[in-house]
Design a binder for this molecule. Structure first.
Ligand code: H79
Length: 514
């Protein structure tokens, strides 16, 4: 369904302070922890500045799309072999139908670039055991076992390098449900009789060596769910792989505390700032691998708030998308990532190269910082228009909206800073993006498939004048910012509609995917 199509560029506004209190620099030095930074692995520099990565889960499970023998599975699409207890031989036949002819490395890399993403990590082999690259170690791979016959990883390594995006592989080093001696397939093989060492020797290590040899410099090797190795054996693995690529960063899930940076649990952000190099991983909908009936995509607003929240604790966000078996990235992922990129183009200085802010999480939002600057990410505008920044120890010289750079009124009250966000409607419109104006009706964006309800992507607003029967071309209505003090409304006009979705896909029992 196509409704209307209007883009809003700004998602929320930001302000920052310039600090210049005598004596504060020492506090700042302590805060940046320069002593520990100088000792830190220099390869971490790009990673710590990057802030935004793209995770891609792509494998045979993408072809199954969350359905096996007519039954829909939910949760994590890449787990379907385990969830449905699919025998190895039967699962291997999925490769006969896997032909991702729509895969286009340049388009994927360009999407990442447009979204403001600085690194990509893609599944070279997930727990299912299928290699998504040209492997000489096992024939269970995309070149030997599928009609596609090509190596998409080669193309992606080149396309990312061309655009200055760091490239990396996810490799499930212990779990391998295809192999008699790989971890965690208990439905085909007896776990107690497995020789994990043999599996490591004959598959995991040789495949990792292929990946670290044949695809140019890798920014990251992303290990997952370690097992079957002692600390000494893990150290040997790490050392032998680092010999091949000394600059490559290994994720902490290589195990035994031997990673180069820390990953928290899947979909976890620490509640307080954390020093050092670390990453939170989230997926765009609810599944890592493609599931056609999972439509629970995070809006650009949520993605940006997640990014700011992770940055406010000092880490990177790596957001996952799950392309389908034909090689298409879901259209909402494409749309919403591009929207995120537009916001980053204008507000990226509050994210890239920052670390956690000096102001702890507040009811209105979070903060990030650079030397001399604090960026306030205001997720919820205070109803009375007064933003309280409690217990701020630095000297404030200037406060302004990042978008539009207008100076804001502020005052100190004890150690608190109070910023006046009450503004006339014209200034307010400028803060939220120059594309918004009463003359310009192109400002309301309703994602396809969500016509049952209106989502305001940029800030707290609602659709007015509309009744559902007015969802038709030519229908007029408006959006209103949900704050009586501001009281701004904008007219909108629906330009096109195709078929109308009456319900959210998740609520529709008969929904078969779009
Ligand atoms: O690759 C993604 C996951 O498949 C992988 N890590 C991320 C990056 C991962 N491996 N193991 N786990 C996550 C933890 C296991 C979760 C499970 Fe479940 C809970 C397996 C079975 C129940 C999730 C829900 C998968 C199936 C149902």
């Amino acid at each position: 369904m196509k409704i209307s199509f209007i883009k809003i560029s700004a998602i929320f506004f930001l302000t920052f302070f310039v600090l210049s209190r005598a004596g504060y620099s020492q506090t700042m030095d302590e805060m940046w922890d320069s002593s520990s930074i100088s000792k830190e692995n220099p390869n971490l520099k790009w990673f710590k500045e990057a802030k935004f990565g793209l995770f891609i889960h792509w494998g045979l499970y993408s072809q199954l799309a969350g359905t096996w023998k007519g039954k829909n599975y939910y949760g994590s699409g890449e787990w379907i072999m385990s969830q449905a207890r699919i025998p190895v031989k039967e699962y291997a036949k999925v490769a006969n139908d896997f032909n991702p002819v729509n895969f286009n490395a340049g388009e994927w890399a360009q999407l990442a670039k447009d979204a403001g993403i600085k690194y990509i990590v893609i599944t070279a082999k997930h727990h299912e055991g299928f290699a998504m690259y040209d492997s000489k170690v096992s024939n269970f791979n995309i070149v030997k076992a599928t009609p596609y016959k090509k190596d998409p990883m080669k193309a992606l390594a080149l396309a990312t390098a061309k655009r200055g995006i760091h490239f990396g592989f996810y490799y499930s080093q212990f779990q391998d449900w295809h192999e008699p001696n790989g971890g965690r397939n208990s439905w085909d093989f007896d776990e107690s009789k497995k020789d994990y060492k043999k599996y490591y020797r004959e598959k995991a290590i040789p495949q990792l060596k292929e990946l670290l040899t044949n695809y140019g410099p890798l920014g990251i090797v992303w290990f997952d769910t370690p097992g079957g190795l002692t600390k000494e054996e893990t150290r040997n693995l790490v050392d032998s792989l680092h010999m091949l690529q000394p600059n490559s960063l290994f994720s902490s899930r290589v195990g035994q505390g031997l990673g180069d940076y820390k990953d928290f649990g899947d979909s976890e952000v620490p509640p307080i700032p954390i020093k050092g190099a670390w990453e939170s991983i989230y997926t765009h909908n609810d599944s890592w691998g493609y599931i056609k009936h999972d439509m629970n995509f995070k809006t650009p607003k949520i993605i940006i708030q997640l990014l700011a929240n992770v940055a406010s604790k000092g880490g990177n966000l790596m957001l996952n998308v799950g392309p389908d078996g034909s090689g298409n990235i879901p259209k909402y992922s494409i749309q919403f990532l591009k929207e995120t990129g537009k916001w980053l183009q204008k507000n990226g200085e509050s994210i890239y190269g920052t670390t956690y802010g000096l102001i702890p999480e507040q009811p209105w939002g979070v903060s990030t910082s650079k030397p001399g600057k604090q960026f306030l990410h205001v997720f919820r505008r205070p109803h009375n228009g007064k933003l309280w920044v409690p217990d701020f120890m630095g000297k404030v010289t200037k406060v302004y909206a990042l978008s539009g750079k207008q100076n804001l009124k502020w005052k100190k009250s004890g150690n608190d800073v109070i910023i006046d966000l009450r503004r006339d409607s014209e200034t307010f419109l400028k803060w939220f993006g120059t594309e918004l104006s009463a003359e310009n009706k192109k400002m309301l964006y309703i994602p396809e498939g969500f016509a049952h309800g209106f989502q305001c992507l940029s800030f707290d607003c609602q659709l007015i004048y509309f009744h559902t029967e007015f969802y038709r071309p030519g229908a007029e209505g408006g959006i209103r910012y949900n704050d009586p003090l501001v009281g701004i409304e904008w007219p909108i006009e629906i330009t096109t509609i195709s078929q109308r979705d009456k319900t959210h896909p998740y609520l529709d029992e008969n929904f078969k995917g779009i």
